[in-house]
Ligand binder design. Structure first.
Ligand SMILES: C[S@@+](CC[C@H](N)C(=O)[O-])C[C@H]1O[C@@H](n2cnc3c(N)ncnc32)[C@H](O)[C@@H]1O
Length: 221
């Protein structure tokens, strides 16, 4: 997706992906990441998600990356927080106690700018990107975070019925994208079309939401 696609979505407030509470699969499964869950946690393509506050409440130092300045400003304003703002080489860095958001293109972020990461939370990030860009994104996040463990939430459906985003990422796609670097554990798989009017209106009749724990690969014996 071109940056203008997302800027346009934020400017028109067409943000059906934004939830008014922390994601239930995050609150249910976050502790599966063990001690890493309260370390330095990266939230790629974070939007203005309230999941950041949930992660912060679990003791994490949260670091997000988001293209839209509109989204980042809304995140802090809606939380009544006044961030310190500085520049990084591809945008602005917004910081408050325990929360840093890098506004700008995630592909411009490098390891030394981001700093050490203990865990990654990906909701509506990998599935926001079309296949070729998604592959680049997955490689980039793995490289940026040194293959830190991840909690990943995906959606899958018949891609011929609806253009993305969100794009369909099924179990086979998750294996192709991550299995070289991680041991994959599907924590939940649920049919959710009943609760998703916006996708029924776009022609879907089934929609599966999965939550994955991507953990360290077992050492070779
Ligand atoms: C579907 S939204 C998900 C937001 C958030 N994860 C959530 O759960 O509400 C995808 C977000 O990725 C951002 N985005 C898209 N491409 C990006 C890029 N190259 N770098 C940083 N952010 C990007 C968009 O602006 C948008 O806010």
């Amino acid at each position: 997706m071109e940056p203008d696609f997302w800027h346009d979505k934020w400017n028109k407030n067409e943000i059906g992906f934004h939830l008014s509470r922390a994601h239930p699969l995050l609150t249910c499964h976050w502790n599966r990441l063990g001690p890493a869950s309260s370390g330095r946690v990266f939230v790629p393509l974070c939007g203005k998600t309230l999941d950041i506050h949930y992660l912060r409440d679990q003791g994490a130092d949260v670091v997000g990356a988001e293209l839209s300045e509109h989204a980042v400003l809304a995140f802090f304003e809606e939380a009544g927080l006044e961030p310190r703002v500085s520049d990084w080489h591809a945008g602005k860095r917004f910081c408050t106690e325990g929360i840093t958001l890098f506004q700008g293109d995630i592909f411009a972020l490098d390891r030394s700018t981001l700093g050490t990461i203990d865990a990654v939370y990906d909701r509506a990030a990998a599935i926001a990107l079309p296949p070729a860009l998604r592959q680049q994104y997955v490689r980039h996040v793995i490289e940026l975070t040194g293959s830190s463990p991840q909690l990943l939430i995906t959606l899958s459906y018949d891609q011929s019925l609806m253009p993305g985003p969100p794009f369909s990422v099924d179990a086979e796609n998750v294996k192709e994208l991550y299995s070289q670097h991680y041991r994959l554990n599907c924590l939940s798989s649920e049919e959710i079309i009943e609760n998703e009017v916006r996708f029924r209106e776009r022609g879907l009749t089934t929609l599966t939401e999965r939550c994955w724990h991507l953990g360290p690969t077992l050492p070779a014996t």
